[in-house]
Design a protein around this ligand. Structure first.
Ligand SMILES: Nc1nc2c(ncn2[C@@H]2O[C@H](COP(=O)(O)OP(=O)(O)O)[C@@H](O)[C@H]2O)c(=O)[nH]1
Ligand SMILES: [Mg+2]
Length: 346
């Protein structure tokens, strides 16, 4: 059977009305033209908890005429910083910098805030392209993570980003572990105008990945994005399965996958991060998508993610709609952590 016919056949069972509540994608995407404003508002809203802490609480520490920087003030500042979920290490680093620069002096709050921001910018600095694209032909992106880390929704958002730029996208539904996962991605594919390759529930994910990349090549697609089931690095069989997915993809395109994106749930807490850290090392990840930065999580959580995972954060997820994905820009992010206006979004 021709690959494209197989594609048509494999997608015929995607019936949005059959979606379970938990697998139902959000509202249909807004038009690309109204992405900017909504996204900027969501970005600021998502970081509101953090900016309230940093601005209001630090402001409360200082009198109008300035404040003596002594041990007591440094301890209070440290406590505020830790509340943003940035972690003890980065908070200590900021405390030390303030101590070195200002201890024993009466300083104005703005000076202190500038130093806090400068240290955060240094900690989060990264130098990378949003996505490493193939020089020619199809770029393959493998998306991995622990259970429920928002992989499938992040794939939909990423695919929507590409289709709205006029790119041709093929999705590979290689999470064959749960039937609902395939259905969830199929519904998204239809809404965002991407092709999808699926397999039967329980079938070999590597075979779905292989067919997806083959179809992308045949159709000269710009991107092939492959979904995978959630797993931990301690699950030896599942890690081997992921290795097989990588192998079959590389058989078709030697440089592929061009990106292995680790999706993290910003609300997962320390335990979730530790699990994902081991996983990211075992799975050879190249970048992070940090999902659910839409108000539940405190934005400071990105600081330990930048410092603990030796990986760039490529995108941040700001909600459940297809357009709720922004390219991560560390300088803009630091400004937004302090509630400062974002002028433009990429
Ligand atoms: N709060 C919030 N929830 C999200 C966001 N993106 C996805 N979700 C929800 O998170 C849950 C898990 O997402 P899913 O993509 O299925 O995760 P997967 O199991 O890793 O593929 C679903 O109920 C989604 O609707 C987001 O940006 N913010
Ligand atoms: Mg999924």
């Amino acid at each position: 059977m021709a690959l494209f016919d197989r594609f048509k056949k494999s997608t015929t069972h995607a019936d949005p009305s059959q979606a379970t509540e938990s697998s139902r994608p959000g509202q249909p995407p807004a038009s690309p033209s109204d992405q900017g404003g909504g996204l900027i508002a969501r970005f600021r809203q998502g970081l509101k908890k953090t900016s309230d802490l940093l601005n209001t609480d630090i402001r409360d520490l200082f009198k109008r005429e300035g404040q003596l920087v002594d041990d007591q003030l440094l301890d209070k500042l440290f406590a505020i910083l830790v509340k943003t979920d940035m972690g003890g290490g980065p908070a200590s680093e900021i405390r030390d910098r303030i101590q070195n620069d200002f201890r024993g002096r009466v300083v104005h709050m703005d000076e202190v805030l500038e130093t806090v921001k400068a240290v955060l910018r240094d900690l989060m600095k990264q130098d990378c392209q949003p996505i490493a694209v193939a020089q020619t032909g199809t770029t393959v992106i493998l998306v991995v993570g622990v259970n429920g880390s928002v992989k499938t929704t992040s794939i939909a958002k990423l695919a929507y980003r590409f289709t709205s730029q006029g790119k041709h996208v093929v999705l590979g539904a290689a999470d064959t572990f749960r039937a609902a996962a395939v259905q969830q991605l199929s519904i998204w594919a239809e809404r965002i105008g991407a092709e999808i390759v699926t397999g039967k529930s329980g079938s070999d994910p590597a075979s779905v990945a292989h067919r997806a990349v083959a179809q992308a090549l045949e159709r000269q697609a710009d991107f092939c994005i492959i979904d995978t089931a959630g797993r931990l690095q301690t699950q030896v069989n599942l890690m081997q399965q992921l290795e097989k997915v990588r192998r079959v993809v590389a058989n078709l395109i030697p440089e592929a996958p061009h990106e292995v994106l680790l999706v993290l749930d910003a609300t997962a807490g320390q335990n979730g991060l530790s699990q994902a850290q081991g996983f990211s090392e075992a799975a050879g990840c190249t970048g992070i998508v940090l999902a659910k930065l839409d108000g539940t999580a405190k934005g400071g959580v990105i600081v330990p993610i930048r410092t603990r995972f030796q990986l760039p954060v490529k995108f941040i997820g700001l909600g459940e709609r297809a357009e709720d994905l922004a390219v991560f820009d560390s300088a803009k992010f630091v400004d937004a952590m302090f509630g400062e206006q974002q002028e433009s979004d990429s």
